[in-house]
Design a protein around this ligand. Sequence first.
Ligand code: PMP
Length: 413
Amino acid sequence: MNNTPSRAPGSRLDPYVDRYAARTAGMTASEIRALFSVASRPEVVSLAGGMPNISGLPLDVVGGAISDLVASQGPVAMQYGSGQGVPELREQITDVMRLEGIEAHPDDVVVTVGSQQAVDLVTRIFCDPGDVVICEAPSYVGALGVFKSYQCEVVHAEMDAAGLVPEALRQAIAATKAAGRTIKFLYTIPNFHNPAGVSLSAERRPEILEICRSEGILVLEDNPYGLLGFDGEPKRALRADESEGVIYLGSFSKTFAPGFRVGWALAPHSVREKLVLAQESATLCPPQFSQMAISAYLTKHDWQGQIKQFREMYRERRDAMVDALSDLMPASCRWNVPDGGFYVWMTLPPGVDAKGMLPRAVTARVAYVPGTAFFADGYGSSAMRLSYCYPTPERIREGVRRLAGVIEAELEL
Ligand code: PMP
């Protein structure tokens, strides 16, 4: 008996291949996902993933808060809830954002399934196929995936050690407008950038806002790492100085735990209404149980003290990585020293291709993400992202030692 569908010619591998919507053409597995199974083998030192290290979380406190929640409010916590999110949590979210200079009303906060879903919802309500989103070069791979899946075109604007370069932004806007294309927003990660590891300088912040204001371009400020600066002083959010032209995204994934899948968007009033409609059609409501559990944790625990502990742990790992890079890497490699977040961006000597080298690195039992993952246009082959968030300082040094050996061997080829 023949089990293959007879209606469409399809292909032998995927009988549905000619029935998918055109937007699926942009949905490809990220290079990071492809690496995941290799990088998670115990003998491989993974400098690839961006998983937060939550081993220091007080599980007894979290567990206690959750069992109290079940005992006292179980039927509410396990019920459907508001499409905009739990009011108490939205109130607490405004306290979190106040640390970065943002004065906001809980009514303007929409809770999302991680900030990843916030990127998706914002793109869903603003972008038609062919619209342009301006992104830093490089940019967060997960956001690039969202933009592609809505058939947007990404135009990159250069960064340097002080973050997005204002002149590069001006040029990207001018060239895109001259080509008759519609720019929907600037997607930017001002703090402890993923993957570049740099932050937008205080001097440039008003300039970037002014450019976007005068060009009529909305800013999508994605800030999951903002409270993980190693000097402990949160940088002032772009949203703190511009409430109408900025949609701000936050997340509990890096300051608490990603498994709850809770993030948020703070948006101008009218945009917020559209986001809630989009959220309702996507999920009916964000997970009520997760939101109430986080709310209980924030109420019962010294969450700011916990973030301080996370910062100290990540700083120690950052130090381990940059010390190892200085001691072990060939002199022709270049990297930045991040002052927060999870990532170092390293540029390789001319002629060394990070993507081509990856199988040899994995054979040498070390993994990283090639720079090409973070560009929509094929750039980045001479760079890589190195994460220091997850492995111990000893493993980080060992990983860098292995990687240096692989790069040296490439230089001898
Ligand atoms: N934005 C950036 C820049 C990120 O690095 C990440 C996670 N790696 C996210 C958004 C998504 O995070 P989450 O959905 O867990 O909040």
